[in-house]
Every structure is written in C-alpha cells, then in structure tokens.
Design a protein around this ligand. Structure first.
Ligand SMILES: [Zn+2]
Ligand SMILES: [Zn+2]
Ligand SMILES: [Zn+2]
Ligand SMILES: [Zn+2]
Ligand SMILES: [Zn+2]
Length: 250
C-alpha cells in the first residue's frame, strides 16, 4: 500500500484561477503558503464593506503600490501627507494649493484655491462690481472689464456730483436752522437760571455747559448731535435744581 503522503493532488487555488501545481499531499500546505494565487489580506488593512480586502499574492505588491486606499500618499500640490484616501477626499476638498476653476462662469482661469477669494475680489474681469462713484449716487453695476468704460463717462458723474452738492447744501442749511433754535432755547434757560438763583439769596450753583457756537467757524454737521445731548443734559440739571430747592425759598 502506498503511503498517503505521496498521493498526488492539485493546488486548491485551481478552482478560483489557474494554478497548475500538482504535487503530493504532504507538500500541499507548504505550496499553498507561498502559492501566487492564494488570497492574502492587504498589509495596510484597507477595507471594502467593512471587510479587509484580500488579493492574490501575485497582485499584492501592485495593490500596495498603486491601488490601496490606505497607502502612504503625499498631496501633489502641497506638502500634506496621509493615506491616499484622506489626501484625495478630505484634504483634496481643502488643499489651498490645488488648482480650481474661478467661480465666475465666464472666467476661464484655473488658479490655486487659496488665491480664489483675492482673484474674485480684486482681479477677475468677470466679477460684477459697483461704479466707483456709487457714493455720490451712481447705481451702475457691471463686470470689472466693462465698468471702466462706464466710469469714464464724465457727463453722468458730473451731473450726479451736482445733485449731491445741492443735497449737502440743503442738509447744512437744515442743521444750521436746528442749531440756531437750540441756541435760542439755551439763552432762555440761562435767563431762567439767573432768576432762580436771585430769588434764593444763596448761591445756587448751576453751571450750564454750553458749547461755544460759532457757526461760521465750526463744522456744523458733526456737532449737531453732541449739541442736542448737551442741551438735554442742561435742561435735566436745571429741573433737578428746581426740584431740590427748599419750599420756603420759592
Ligand atoms: Zn497554487
Ligand atoms: Zn490595501
Ligand atoms: Zn495639498
Ligand atoms: Zn476669474
Ligand atoms: Zn457710474
């Protein structure tokens, strides 16, 4: 009777592919352990549907070098390192050096992601911008490449400037009027305070902090708000003095 270990067998991998190995059963285990067609797990433990991917031993090197999503990988645009998957997905969506198209549809430029904001804000010919005279009322908005021609139209902008100047004149006149009304009210208050201090026979110290209103010499627009709050404070103080006065001295 022949010894069983000399029985000839084929490699089990023949069912899945084409290992031609035939040998005696005693050496089968040793063959399978190094058979090119045996499935082996990826050494980077990459997974597909939560299972570690296995490839035939003959393909493992290629998988690790060029297919494995867990292989070490460096971003080709910057110095960031990680796995192939992390660089291509997470980092790929953030990398400031990665070339991306300008978001303005008609612009054909591709530029580093980190420069896009600056490009759109101050360079791109296709960004819609306001006319530089918008502060004097020009409502025009055009692509940067077209706004320059519009801005050279002196006629429109001179007309707008004149309108603006007459508006400002009106505002100044209104403010002057308000200030002179306030001046009058302050003068009346000073008279009232004088009368009150005379009647009490004792010194009632009321100081009204009236700003020196020399309208011709001072800018009017910016002082009007301060002035009305001064006025309000002065009135409050006079009323306080009247309330605090003892009854018999009225
Ligand atoms: Zn085999
Ligand atoms: Zn892998
Ligand atoms: Zn990068
Ligand atoms: Zn652009
Ligand atoms: Zn304009």
């Amino acid at each position: 009777m022949r010894d069983i270990k000399f029985l000839e067998v084929r490699c089990a991998n023949i069912a899945r592919c084409c290992c031609e190995w035939i040998g005696c059963i005693g050496t089968l285990e040793e063959h399978v352990a190094k058979c090119e067609y045996t499935l082996v797990e990826c050494i980077n433990k990459c997974t597909f549907e939560q299972k570690i991917i296995s490839v035939m031993r003959k393909d493992l090197e290629h998988h690790i070098k060029s297919e494995c999503p867990n292989r070490a990988y460096k971003c080709k645009y910057c110095t960031e390192e990680g796995t192939y998957a992390s660089i291509m997905e997470d980092h790929g969506n953030l990398c400031l050096k990665k070339p991306v198209p300008c978001p303005n549809t008609d612009c054909t430029l591709t530029l580093e992601r980190g420069r896009v904001v600056e490009h759109v804000a101050s360079e791109c010919e296709h960004t819609v911008v306001a006319c530089k005279y918008h502060s004097i009322g020009c409502p025009e908005r055009k692509k940067r490449k077209d706004i320059v021609i519009h801005e050279e139209d002196d006629k429109i902008h001179l007309h707008l400037s004149l309108n603006k100047v007459s508006q400002l004149d009106e505002t100044v006149a209104q403010l002057n009027h308000t200030v002179s009304q306030l001046n009058g009210a302050v003068e009346q208050l000073q008279v009232v305070v004088k009368e009150l201090t005379g009647k009490t026979e004792k010194e009632v110290s009321v100081s009204i902090d009236v700003p020196n209103l020399e309208l011709e010499e001072k800018p009017v627009m910016c002082s009007s708000l301060n002035l009305s709050s001064h006025f309000h404070n002065s009135i409050s103080r006079v009323i306080q003095v009247m309330i605090d006065k003892p009854e018999d001295s009225v």
